[in-house]
Design a protein around this ligand. Structure first.
Ligand SMILES: OC[C@H]1O[C@](O)(CO)[C@@H](O)[C@@H]1O
Length: 388
């Protein structure tokens, strides 16, 4: 990432190249935000902290977005500011590189590597739990040994196991949840917010400031999510966020249709309020639903033997979808104009139906009883019953 950032810094000579500058901005946002991902959270977090830490992951991404937008705003006055803005992505990249060198082996991995590593596994457990309490460590170790033994006994690669019929709901969720998260259009809004603001007559600086404000709204709503997720449950928040985002995407499309016109050549003056309001409500809707839930759900639905694999699939799908959307959106916008935002509304409608029909409530369910949630489900029950 440091290297890419440096190359971008060197290469992006054409400041007016929208797609280069947008791609780099995205990279910078993500890199600031991905710092905490140095820690394999789901593996090492004590269970009582798992929800908070999974949400923390999205919180730090949101914080990264705000930092990147502030840097863009602060450097926009300098003629060479865009170089500084892109190049500063080196800072989080360096922090991650150094962090990766300091990170220790995780306990479950040490256990998997055989009895000779048990002492090291204990030390690693003590380190990640921040405790010297031997009883606590001795109590946790048998769980790790048991799941490692059962994984070995089944003699299956997790990548093979996750494709077994009994893991069908897990596999579907590990793909669908991150895919849908990106199909809310969040990154499109995040990349193009300054462009959208400019299209309704914001000046350059106000447009960048607008993006900072959107980032702050998103961050605030992620914080709120932490306080309400266990009261309202996952399904309610998924659906609340979807309804909000759907209306906002339609409002953005309508505002652009009315203001800029079908050919994008009308001049607009009085549509600020609707656009700003719609973007803020959209950012809040994402922040207390699909943003953090897309990390929380994969951290709690997988059984130990497929947890790392399931989460890797989730992260890969998330990043691959972001990549495809960021590469194709400009072309889509040129062809469909405001209709591009209706495209995402359509997807939000699809994911609402998906959540209502296929996502069981997992609020308050202990990880070791999670299989019951699928067994009791009207659809997934067919796959998992009698097979667990
Ligand atoms: O807050 C928005 C950010 O959150 C993510 O969707 C990850 O959950 C990123 O792709 C996006 O840039």
């Amino acid at each position: 990432m440091a290297l890419t950032s440096w190359l971008n810094f060197q290469r992006a000579k054409d400041h007016s190249s929208v797609s280069e500058s947008l791609k780099s901005r995205k990279m910078e946002m993500e890199s600031w935000g991905f710092i905490p991902n140095c820690i394999p959270l789901s593996e090492v977090a004590p269970s009582k902290w798992r929800d908070a830490l999974s949400t923390g992951f999205q919180f730090f991404i949101g914080l990264g977005v705000v930092i990147a937008n502030c840097i863009n705003y602060a450097t926009s006055r300098l003629s060479w500011g865009w170089r500084l803005s892109l190049g500063l992505a080196i800072v989080p990249a360096m922090i991650m590189t150094i962090g990766a060198l300091l990170i220790s082996d995780i306990p479950s991995n040490l256990v998997e590597r055989g009895n000779c590593r048990l002492e090291q596994a204990k030390q690693s457990l003590a380190k990640v739990r921040g405790t010297n309490n031997n009883t606590e460590i001795e109590a946790k170790l048998p769980d790790l040994i048991k799941s490692s033994e059962s994984a070995r006994a089944s003699n299956e690669e997790p990548f093979v196991t996750i494709f077994k019929r009994r893991h069908r709901p897990h596999l579907v969720m590990s793909i669908a949840i991150p895919f849908f998260q990106q199909m809310t259009g969040i990154n499109i809004i995040a990349f193009y917010a300054p462009v959208l603001f400019r299209s309704v007559d914001f000046g350059n600086n106000s447009a960048l400031l607008g993006a900072v404000i959107l980032g702050l709204v998103n961050l605030g709503s992620i914080l709120l999510f932490t306080g309400i997720v266990d009261r309202f449950g996952r399904r309610f928040l998924f659906i609340l966020g979807e309804v909000q985002m759907l209306f906002c995407q339609v409002a953005i499309a309508s505002t652009l249709a009315v203001s800029i016109g079908e050919n994008g050549n009308k001049h607009i003056t009085k549509q600020y309020a609707t656009l700003v309001l719609a973007l803020c409500i959209y950012a809040a809707g994402f922040g207390w639903s699909w943003g953090p839930l897309s990390w929380l759900i994969p951290s709690e639905i997988f059984l130990m033997n497929i947890r790392s694999t399931g989460q890797s699939i989730s992260v890969a799908v998330n990043i691959a979808t972001t990549f495809v959307l960021s590469q194709t959106f400009l072309a889509m916008l040129c062809h469909f104009k405001y209709g591009a935002f209706l495209f995402f509304s359509g997807w939000i409608a699809v994911m609402t139906i998906f959540i209502v029909m296929f996502m069981p409530e997992t609020k308050g369910v202990a990880l070791n009883s999670m299989h019951q949630v699928w067994e009791r489900h009207w659809f997934w029950g067919i796959y998992v019953k009698d097979q667990s």
